[in-house]
Design a protein around this ligand. Structure first.
Ligand code: NCD
Ligand code: ZN
Length: 363
């Protein structure tokens, strides 16, 4: 039964998968996320990519400098794994205290992934070091084989890459990022292994757009570039299974927006970029999805508890409040290179984060 309450107060949430970009974009992207989240795992797919600890620390400083006045938003940095990453980088990353994961992009899988890994055999020493140091591997789980249908790339990745990887590195902590299929949900559920600390070894983030939309959204009355992301939206049965997983209060599934901003012209183009902008209204979108499933009471665990538990970080102290207060998502927002279009631009959303309430640890 849908909740009839008009207010929802939850522990301040975190975003466990976010693209903030760099340069002039940071003033916008950091403000959007800081208005909703206490912490975010920041993806390293800049151009050039963030491949070592030194670069991650410098990028972190640029993010911190872009925070709105008074914000205590914390960026949790990641490194971009390449064929040439030295194993010694992992202890440097760990010692920095600022790097929380290493991102695996199969070369060519998505935006700015050309310097990604071409074959996991090249990075075995790095994976061994990560397993030893308990540094999580964050995985873009799609094969890049052009013979494989784009809608099957996640399921094939699980069979061809993830299963052997977990067999070879059984104690490596892995997050399967932005899962999009029932196959991925089933795979995560089939792996109950826990670390010595008792936390799951395999987890998965789920985006708001994959909870709200099936692939039909990309073709509603015409081609809708703002619903195009990678991994691409899938069939309705997959969306339903993801929503069920997100609402299951299983600590292995947690929030990762994969908000991936691209200027309007880069999306509305003859070769449009993949990525949906959801950071602006992430919690509102997730609340819509959870309410649809009659599970608003499960939002807090998914958004505010399970990710922190997985990463072995403390849960946040403060709270945010969502109000049932319909509002219309802006058609366009200010952004470098001519503005940007958020997901669901022009649509009405039922929930709104109370901007006045509690965006600090003290609240
Ligand atoms: C991301 C981007 O634009 O950086 N795009 C996307 O569609 N999600 C890259 C990614 O996470 O795959
Ligand atoms: Zn991403």
């Amino acid at each position: 039964m849908p909740s009839v309450s008009n207010r929802l107060r939850i522990t301040r949430p975190d975003d466990w998968h976010l693209h903030l970009r760099d340069g002039d974009a940071l003033a916008h992207t950091v403000a959007w996320s800081a208005a909703q989240f206490a912490r975010a795992v920041v993806m390293p797919n800049l151009k050039p990519a963030v491949v070592d600890t030194e670069q991650a620390l410098q990028y972190r400083q640029r993010v911190l400098a872009a925070r709105p006045r008074g914000s205590d938003f914390q960026p949790l940095m990641t490194l971009y794994l390449t064929d040439r990453t030295p194993a010694s980088e992992i202890s440097r990353a760990r010692a920095s205290g600022a790097v929380f994961g290493v991102k695996l992009y199969p070369a060519g899988a998505t935006t700015n992934s050309d310097s990604g890994v071409t074959d996991l055999r090249h990075v075995r020493p790095v994976l061994e070091a990560m397993q030893r140091e308990d540094m999580p591997l964050l995985v873009h789980g799609e094969v890049t084989d052009p013979e494989v249908d784009v809608f099957d790339r996640e399921a094939v990745f699980i069979d061809r890459v993830l299963q052997p990887l977990r067999r070879d590195f059984p104690a490596l902590r892995i997050v399967l990022e932005h899962i999009t299929t029932a196959d991925a949900v089933d795979y995560v559920l089939s792996c109950p292994q826990r670390s010595a600390r008792g936390t799951p070894l395999l987890g998965a983030t789920i985006t708001a757009h994959h909870l709200l939309y099936s692939r039909n959204a990309m073709f509603r009355g015409g081609l809708r570039p703002h619903y195009y992301c990678l991994p691409v939206l899938k069939r309705e049965r997959h969306r339903a299974r993801l929503l069920q997983a997100a609402c299951s209060a299983d600590g292995r599934f947690f929030l990762g927006t994969d908000s991936a901003p691209h200027a309007r012209a880069a999306k509305e183009s003859d070769c449009g970029c993949a990525g949906c902008l959801t950071a602006l209204h992430a919690l509102e979108l997730y609340a819509s999805a959870f309410e649809q499933a009659g599970c608003l009471h499960c939002l807090e665990g998914f958004a505010s508890h399970f990710g922190a538990d997985f990463y072995g970080l403390p849960r946040n102290q403060g709270h945010v409040e969502l109000l049932r207060q319909p509002w219309v998502v802006p058609a366009r927002l200010e952004y470098p290179d001519g503005g940007i279009v958020p997901l669901d631009a022009g649509a009405s959303l039922a929930w709104r984060v109370d901007p006045g309430a509690g965006l600090s640890q003290q609240a």
